[in-house]
Design a protein around this ligand. Structure first.
Ligand SMILES: [Zn+2]
Length: 286
């Protein structure tokens, strides 16, 4: 009789435990927001060499806020806050502003996106950079307490660029960041050791360009290409307009395509207009 009573009571207990566990697992999911640091208005020939040269379009500047159970992280930080609301010439200077024509409202800067989704700047534990160009590492100095995840070769290139590459590295973006806490990489790196946030060496656009593989439970595996693949045309063979090393750049495109196919995932471009417009930006992917 006693045994029977216990057996009866244990069923709702199992049910409650299951519910509780499901809630915990849901909380542990990786969540990813894709947002844009305004737009850049420029000649498409910068992105696709010898294709659509002379076509002036407005390109999104993708950046990502990613919540992992072990910390909030960013992949890229967009254009410096000083570029907002017609402030470009005072910050980038006339030449860069007329070549790339940034249109960024103050509420499109990374700190505004963070607060829109309920986070503080100080919540960010890791900032991962695709590379150190002006539209990707612009707000590094907003995160003095984070760990900055960059390829070592990229840091060297940013602080002492080759003259022919110097234009797109804006030293002011990181002149006070020399003593920040860096995770200096030389190749691939699984950030938390769980396969969910994996930095991929995709050098070519710059010396230390890196893409990010993000494993999401419902959406699947995303390959955030950064500028390794600006647009779908680069994926189908159009050589990227700006490269440090075209051979390495084409190898990195092939690498991302192969990984996308073997993981049955998706490649998300840094400056792809149609793809960006087809995504949601006011809620997370999980
Ligand atoms: Zn870019």
């Amino acid at each position: 009789m006693l045994f029977k009573k216990n057996k009866f009571n244990i069923i709702p207990l199992i049910f409650v435990t299951l519910l509780f566990n499901t809630a915990l697992i849901a909380e542990e999911r990786v969540k990813l927001y894709q947002v844009s640091s305004g737009v850049l208005k420029f000649d498409k020939g910068w992105l696709t060499a010898m294709k659509d040269v002379g076509k002036i379009l407005e390109f999104p500047v993708a950046m990502y806020i990613i919540e992992h159970p072990r910390g909030l992280l960013l992949y890229d930080t967009g254009m410096n806050v000083a570029v907002s609301d017609d402030g470009c010439e005072n910050y980038w200077g006339k030449g860069l502003c007329s070549a790339f024509q940034p249109i960024q409202k103050r509420d499109e800067v990374i700190d505004s996106w963070l607060s829109k989704f309920g986070y503080k700047v100080s919540d960010v534990k890791y900032v991962i950079y695709s590379h150190m160009h002006l539209d990707h590492a612009g707000n590094m100095e907003m995160f003095p307490d984070a760990v900055h995840v960059v390829q070592k070769e990229e840091l060297k290139a940013a602080w002492w660029p080759e003259k022919y590459q110097a234009g797109a590295f804006v030293l002011k973006d990181y002149d006070d960041a020399r003593n920040f806490n860096y995770l200096q990489l030389d190749g691939d790196y699984d950030l938390f050791g769980d396969g969910k946030i994996v930095v991929l060496d995709t050098k070519g656009h710059t010396q230390g360009h890196q893409s990010l593989m993000v494993e999401l439970e419902n959406t699947g595996t995303l390959f955030l290409a950064g500028d390794a693949i600006y647009t779908p045309e680069n994926e189908s063979g159009a050589i990227p307009g700006i490269t440090w090393n075209t051979y390495e750049s084409m190898k990195s495109i092939d690498r991302l395509k192969m990984l996308r196919d073997t993981h049955q995932g998706e490649i998300w471009y840094s400056h792809g207009i149609e793809q960006y417009n087809s995504h949601k930006h006011d809620a997370y992917y999980d």
